[in-house]
Design a protein around this ligand. Structure first.
Ligand SMILES: [Zn+2]
Length: 304
């Protein structure tokens, strides 16, 4: 696994890992927060130029470099919007495989009382066998569509539209060739878009997360944050700091690596000074941390 050995030679890395391993082992409860940095560490990065060339060849040919550049692009006609989104979602959700890194993370915690909150929409937790009653996908997922006119809370499965629209992408114009195939709301006629957050069952999922956090009162709580930056800090990062601060028996491990190849992205492992003694900054790749923990756990299990 990339970078693991590089970090294993680092004394601070080893000490932080030992400390984290001890907390994971002895904690009554484990709360995991996962952001884009975890999927990036698993090989699915929205900053990866090579990957982008593979699944968005037209956009790459036009000079775009990676998905992040297109998060807020100029308005496109629906026919292009759909060509782009269909390619993106099809690749992230169906072509990219269930990641080994996520599976290892699951094996690290599956015999413990744990819960995951994630801002990732790629469904890797579901695809790698996490019990979904222990996962809160706080930003929703790519799987469903909603009405952009907000006339209804009903949502629609995206898969049939992906299957229908993929073969209709014209690679000359990078548009959906047959516009009548583009989905619009059956009630008000507004365009449909990915149903981030606004999906059936959101409230119930959120409640399970809240219940879990409440159940940690008076318990030893290990908080493990993996690749959570400042895109949406109100979802995971700031609540975790607050929880670590007020909880009387918790420790926050903040894993966040600086991507030197993409300046300005990631690399905010720092914790507020008020959390001194209650939090550990880990400026490492999430893959190196999980791999390192996984190897330790594996050897421990074998020895016993
Ligand atoms: Zn509508």
């Amino acid at each position: 696994m990339k970078n693991t050995h590089e970090f294993e030679d680092n004394k601070e890395f080893r000490e932080a890992i030992e400390n984290l391993a001890e907390w994971l082992k002895t904690a009554d409860k484990i709360l995991i927060g996962a952001g884009a940095g975890l999927s990036a560490a698993a090989g699915l990065s929205y900053l990866d130029e090579e990957l982008f060339k593979q699944f968005q060849p037209e956009m790459a040919a036009w000079g775009y470099r990676y998905p992040y550049e297109l998060f807020q692009h100029e308005p496109w006609p629906q026919a292009r919007e759909w060509a782009y989104n269909v390619r993106h979602i099809h690749f992230v959700r169906y072509v990219f495989p269930p990641a080994e890194l996520y599976k290892k993370l699951r094996k690290l915690v599956e015999d413990k009382d744990f819960f995951v909150i994630t801002s990732n929409c790629d469904r890797q937790f579901m695809r790698t066998g996490f019990p979904m009653e222990r996962v809160f996908e706080a930003q929703g997922s790519y799987d469903r569509l909603r009405c952009t006119g907000r006339c209804t809370r009903e949502t629609w499965e995206i898969k049939p539209y992906l299957d229908k629209l993929l073969p209709l992408i014209d690679s000359e114009t990078f548009m959906i060739a047959d516009e009548s195939a583009i989905p619009y709301c059956p009630y008000c006629g507004a365009p449909l878009a990915t149903a981030f957050r606004a999906f059936e069952g959101y409230k119930e999922e959120r409640q399970r997360y809240v219940d879990f956090v409440e159940s940690t009162v008076g318990k030893k709580l290990c908080i493990l944050e993996l690749g959570v930056g400042f895109n949406t800090p109100v979802v995971i990062r700031w609540p975790f700091e607050r929880l670590a601060y007020y909880h009387n028996h918790a420790h926050l491990f903040r894993v966040n690596k600086e991507y030197k190849e993409w300046p300005g992205h990631g690399g905010y492992p720092m914790v507020p000074r008020e959390l001194k003694g209650k939090a550990t900054e880990m400026p490492y790749d999430a893959a190196a941390v999980i791999e390192s923990l996984y190897q330790r756990k594996y050897f421990t299990d074998k020895d016993e």
